[in-house]
Write a protein that binds this ligand. Structure first.
Ligand code: ADP
Ligand code: MG
Length: 327
């Protein structure tokens, strides 16, 4: 199982930001409304995620770390022939196979907190009582300490941290109902309280996309059958060449989808000179049966069953809003 875990780690754990992504997604799955992230040395020294979610029961701690051992692969050489491994249920096991991982948790109904620690190859998991409020903390120390080749692939602390910050930005733009903090080497980088009012949402938007975007962006909302589009878009005359805020989400997941990008660009049409970049934060919502978001999770691509319809709806909805803004 340890080999399988390290193989899966190659898929899931590319760099510190991928660890943060898996852990934060777990916190969101656990219903957390506050997620605090502490990073040291770009994440290669420490990644600590604390949430106030549902917690993990004492008797499930070890299971959470060790589930889904695969028996399909018996040697590393076999790995070359497998295009893609699923990694559902493998994140914690994978991460703990390439780092020193400590999991501390308390479900609301459990009297005390418990902690499980695992480090690398031997996977000897130790469980002991601990102090922790309701929720979960996961500490990942010394990422890739036992896979030096992988460790050498890490870029500078600054670069690795910028990937983490970008990830948190994307997530914070999709979950205004969650409070986020991010520190790097004990310095506060982001402090985003739960944004449950119009003015709080504007404030978060300004913090993440810049004041000028937040002040000038048009809020749009449109619906066609079961397809819904909402979000902020910058009128053509407000788009500058400086790094544009470009975020799109499909059913809550961040995407960099060709079809969507094409539709957005087409909506601007002649209004936006070719050398300028559109700026937008857009949320597309459609029936789960209308879309396959698992085409390529790493590439943020999505397959719409009615691609043409979705494309044309987005063009129309945005073009209408932009035309109105231009008059
Ligand atoms: P998956 O998320 O695909 O189930 P993971 O390896 O990421 O697999 O997590 C294993 C399990 O550990 C989860 O299914 C969940 O039960 C539990 N878990 C992990 N992180 C948390 C958390 N922050 N809060 C509550 N439960 C968690
Ligand atoms: Mg997970």
């Amino acid at each position: 199982p340890q080999l399988a875990n390290q193989i899966a780690a190659g898929e899931v754990v590319e760099r510190p930001a991928s660890v943060v992504k898996e852990l934060v997604e777990n916190s969101l799955d656990a219903g957390a409304t506050q997620i605090d992230i502490d990073i040291e040395k770009g994440g290669s020294k420490l990644i600590r995620i604390r949430d106030n979610g549902c917690g993990i029961a004492e008797q499930e701690l070890v299971l959470a770390l060790s589930r889904h051992a695969t028996s399909k692969i018996s040697s590393l050489a076999d790995l070359e022939h497998i295009a893609s491994l699923g990694f559902r249920g493998e994140a914690l096991a994978s991460i703990s196979s390439v780092a020193r991982l400590t999991l501390t948790s308390k479900p609301a109904m459990q009297a005390a907190a418990w902690q499980a620690a695992a480090a690398g190859r031997d996977m000897a998991v130790q469980v002991r009582p601990a102090a922790h409020p309701t929720g979960t903390s996961i500490e990942v120390l010394d990422l890739f300490f036992n896979t030096p080749a992988r460790r050498r692939f890490l870029r500078s602390d600054k670069t690795e941290f910028s990937h983490i910050d970008e990830l948190i930005k994307r997530l914070a733009l999709s979950r205004f109902d969650v409070g986020w903090t991010l520190t790097h080497n004990a310095q506060s980088v982001r402090r985003l309280p739960v944004a449950d009012s119009e003015s709080a949402r504007q404030k978060r938007l300004a913090a993440l996309c810049g004041r000028s975007f937040a002040e000038q962006a048009l809020w749009i909302e449109n619906q066609y059958g079961t397809i819904r589009l909402s979000g902020w878009i910058l009128a053509a005359n407000a788009c500058q060449q400086t790094a544009a805020c470009q975020y799109s989400y499909v059913n809550g997941r961040m995407m960099r989808d060709k079809l969507l990008n094409h539709a957005i660009r087409q909506a601007y049409g002649e209004l936006l000179p070719a050398e300028l970049q559109p700026a937008f934060v857009l949320y597309l919502e459609l029936d789960a049966t209308e879309v396959d978001v698992n085409v390529h999770p790493a590439k943020h691509e999505v397959r719409f069953h009615q691609a043409r319809l979705v494309h044309d709806f987005v063009v129309q909805a945005l073009a209408d809003a932009l035309a109105q803004a231009a008059t």
